[in-house]
Design a binder for this molecule. Structure first.
Ligand code: 5GP
Length: 198
């Protein structure tokens, strides 16, 4: 059965709530989401991706790790709520689990990139869209450098992408909440408050 239709999502979206959290690489988004999941009663959408698992990542928990053919099949079968190519890999949100969770009244967090967020906004305009931003590009650069998981070339790529991602998110008008991660605990609390207000 084709479950990805945006109409279906709108029909059920009054019950639960979709919460889209976007932010550039290195901004601390995953850290924030991890803690928010601990503090709030929320479900988390597990994305499908064609990238390889990193150390400590488990299939079905952090991502569904699939090959390109399987990913394309899901897209062709209209099983994705949204999808995008990020850093040469494909990432997408399988629609069915999200639709089921929202229909059963749950708040569901989607930690996805800005292109994906904009696609979700078209299908579910009443979702909540949160942009996590760095205090400055200099700060983001030093955080990425401290992470030591990227080569200088990859870091330049990620910084360039971060700038365009922030610009696109702000210009889209979709992200009505912007939270600056200048202090991790404060940023977490701001996201928790926003989610609990719903
Ligand atoms: P990473 O490879 O570091 O886990 O994720 C890279 C980027 O892909 C991050 O910005 C992350 O938010 C984004 N991403 C993860 N899952 C999805 C998804 O399902 N859809 C979209 N559009 N982006 C995703």
């Amino acid at each position: 059965m084709n479950r990805a239709g945006g109409g279906e999502l709108n029909q059920h979206s009054e019950k639960g709530k979709l919460i889209v959290i976007t932010g550039p690489s290195g901004v601390g988004k995953s850290c924030i989401v991890k803690e928010v999941r601990r503090q709030c009663e929320v479900a988390f959408s597990v994305s499908a991706t064609t990238r390889s698992p990193r150390a400590g990542e488990n299939d079905g928990e952090h991502y569904f790790f699939v090959d390109e053919a399987a990913f394309k099949q899901m897209v062709d079968d209209d099983e994705m709520l949204e999808w995008a190519e990020v850093f040469g890999n494909f990432y997408g949100t399988p629609a069915a689990p999200v639709l089921d969770a929202v229909a059963s009244g749950q708040k569901v967090i989607l930690e996805i990139d800005v292109q994906g967020g904009i696609q979700v906004a078209r299908k579910a305009p009443d979702a909540m869209f949160i942009l996590i931003a760095p205090p400055s590009m200099e700060e983001l650069k030093s955080r990425l450098a401290g992470r030591r998981s990227e080569t200088p070339e990859q870091m330049d790529k990620r910084l360039g992408k971060a700038e365009s991602e922030l610009r696109l998110a702000r210009e889209s008008g979709v992200y009505t909440r912007e939270i600056i991660n200048d202090d991790l605990d404060a940023a977490i609390q701001r996201v928790v408050v926003a989610i609990n207000q719903e």
